[in-house]
Design a protein around this ligand. Structure first.
Ligand SMILES: Nc1nc2c(ncn2[C@@H]2O[C@H](COP(=O)(O)OP(=O)(O)OP(=O)(O)O)[C@@H](O)[C@H]2O)c(=O)[nH]1
Ligand SMILES: [Mg+2]
Length: 466
């Protein structure tokens, strides 16, 4: 096979748009350095031709005009990110300069890269696995430290490693079964119990990987949380406290918040988009009515509800009705606010427990003083435990975050369950069929067997320049 899959030389800006100190323009393709001799003039008088893995200071020129001075980094074929001859221009980060340089590159034989084309070339040239290319995209799109860490680990090949273990196990088992099918005359012993045990063990490891997916998804995609409760409970005060900002108007007038506002916070690595909403109360005011309707609508699409109880008033009939109305599948963090002015916090917690334990709600209770900014640690801990059970240890990090990977592995799980059932009937042909299907799906994750249209779909969701 040819070294490079594509013939064209591609270019793109690899850094985000807007003004910055430096912008990076990437160029990759067979003989791309030929372009350099036309457009880049090194300022070192002793310059004697380009070598790989060097930095050169010089000017980009268009005929006799100097466009910008910058550092150039060079990478030869086989030793670059894409695997192709390539270079990077570290020019000044002005949109005008970047677009001028890109125009010069296009004039001299480059074409604009498609989204994800650099990573696609890296994959097709065998430089990265498909799951690693997808991790690059995850890093670009990750909004919290935790999701970036997971993507970096995936890039470091942790997912590939785990999947390879499963693949090896399935392949070994398949090989031992195929020998029996292919050489029946050898009269080899058929150990059904042993095959079932092995399949069950592989499935156990696979299910552990799958379990991490939902947690990983929360990290990657973030969480929507809505502050709900009676008027004057202190929702907006709490919103401001959590955001460490004065975004929402706070007052002791009931019905202060009329429409929802939102902001992004980070709780233990989770990106949480939190909504402050209009307080719930019976009202004839059409604007407030609409506000209440919006509060309820938001709560129905949220992953978690922060239900704020005014500690000074205790658990009222309105609170009971509001809590009962929340769908049973919702996670509810009941926040007793204003703990700075209540004495009997525990009594109130017990009262809430007594009321809610019969309602089949998934809830936790926590006390806070939004005004005095007290109780944040308890709030964070209760949030995490409600969301994901207990805190994750380093070892339990979810490493499966990509939906495509999840669906394929979930398919593998089904194949293994089928294979397990078929071993009981002794139909080894069918067991082998399921195991082969399972291996094909694993191949699609790492990119060993991936149809062209799937590749195009994956890489087209990248940004240009990656
Ligand atoms: N003592 C005390 N007062 C608080 C606390 N949190 C809020 N308040 C007061 O309670 C009143 C109402 O606070 P808001 O944050 O506006 O209440 P809200 O739930 O947003 O009210 P609406 O927008 O009307 O639904 C204000 O006077 C706040 O200063 C608290 O923790 N302790
Ligand atoms: Mg408010």
């Amino acid at each position: 096979m040819e070294k490079s899959y594509f013939e064209d030389i591609i270019c793109a800006k690899a850094t985000p748009s807007g003004a910055s100190a430096i912008a990076v323009i990437r160029v990759s393709g067979k003989n791309s350095w030929d372009i350099l001799s036309k457009i880049f003039k090194p300022l070192n008088k002793k310059f004697a031709g380009f070598k790989s893995h060097r930095a050169y200071y010089g000017n980009i020129v268009d005929k006799n005009d100097i466009i910008d001075s910058m550092l150039l980094l060079t990478f030869k074929e086989g030793n670059s990110f894409t695997g192709e001859e390539s270079f990077e221009l570290n020019c000044h980060g002005s949109e005008v300069i970047v677009s001028l340089i890109i125009k010069i590159l296009l004039k001299n034989g480059c074409r604009m890269a498609e989204p994800g084309e650099f990573s696609k070339r890296a994959f097709l040239n065998g430089k990265i696995k498909l799951s690693e290319a997808e991790a690059i995209m995850d890093i670009i799109h990750s909004s919290t430290k935790q999701s970036a860490l997971i993507a970096v680990r995936q890039l470091g090949g942790r997912l590939t490693k785990e999947i390879n273990i499963i693949k090896e196990d399935v392949a070994n088992l398949l090989a031992s079964i195929e020998v029996l099918i292919d050489y029946p005359e050898e009269d080899l012993a058929i150990d059904i119990e042993n095959y079932s045990k092995k399949i069950a063990l592989i499935n156990f490891n696979l299910e552990n990987l799958l379990k991490g997916y939902n947690r990983g998804k929360l990290y990657r995609e973030g969480i929507q949380a809505v502050l709900l409760g009676k008027t004057n409970a202190g929702k907006s005060t709490l919103f401001n406290f959590l955001l460490d900002d004065d975004k929402a108007i706070v007052s002791d007038i009931h019905g202060t918040t009329r429409d929802y506002i939102d902001g992004l916070i980070n709780i233990d690595g989770f990106g949480v988009r939190i909504y402050d909403t209009a307080g719930l109360r019976d009202t004839e005011d059409p604007i407030e009515k609409e506000g209440t309707r919006r509060s309820k609508e938001l709560s129905s699409t949220s992953d978690i509800i922060f239900y704020v109880i005014d500690g000074e008033c205790g658990l009222t009939e309105e609170d009971k009705n509001n809590l009962t109305e929340i769908e049973n599948n919702k996670k509810i963090l009941i926040i007793i606010n204003k703990t700075d002015i209540i004495n009997e916090k525990q009594t109130l917690i017990n009262q809430i427990d007594n009321f809610i334990k019969n309602t089949k709600k998934n809830y936790k209770t926590v006390g806070i003083s939004a005004l005095k900014e007290d109780g944040l640690d308890d709030f964070n801990n209760a949030f995490i435990s409600l969301l994901i059970g207990e805190k994750l240890t380093e070892k339990e990090d979810p490493i499966l975050t990509n939906e495509r990977h999840f669906l394929l592995l979930d398919g593998c799980r089904q194949n293994l369950i089928n294979a397990f059932e078929k071993t009981q009937t002794g139909l080894l042909d069918l067991v082998a069929f399921e195991l082969r299907e399972c291996l094909d799906k694993i191949g699609e994750i790492t990119g060993e067997i991936t149809p062209q249209d799937i590749l195009n779909r994956i890489f087209s969701s990248f940004c240009v320049g990656k």
